[in-house]
Design a protein around this ligand. Sequence first.
Ligand SMILES: [Zn+2]
Length: 144
Amino acid sequence: MSEPLVIPCPHCNGLNRIPADRLADSPKCGRCKGEVILAKPFDLTQGDYASQIKGDLPLLVDVWAEWCGPCKSFAPTFQQAAAQLSGRCRLAKLDSEANQQLAGQLNIRSIPSLILFRNGREVARQSGAFPLPQLLGWLSSQGI
Ligand SMILES: [Zn+2]
């Protein structure tokens, strides 16, 4: 038996311990009963950031803004990636306008920017929108 994975709930930030072989069974959060494993991106905010970058499943953050055309055209690709990577990587969107302090802290110079976190630390970063195969290829090179 493998050790359970520690995964933050995307709804309430509660930490859940979930056996790896149960990730595909739509596990519910012990605190809020919401779905812990999503097949779509969730919205990340300054208040959630410290909790959400933790845990055993990597977190990929798409930093975007409402006025950014390339960000908007990248959104469907990011959604598709979330569906394909469900249970392996969590995907979140960070609105850089609504969360300017965090965007500054992350040293965002251009958008869209993609930042990959693992166990509470940034491990990789890419700027610019790219097609799904390249996105999945980049993540694959990061062990996802
Ligand atoms: Zn929850």
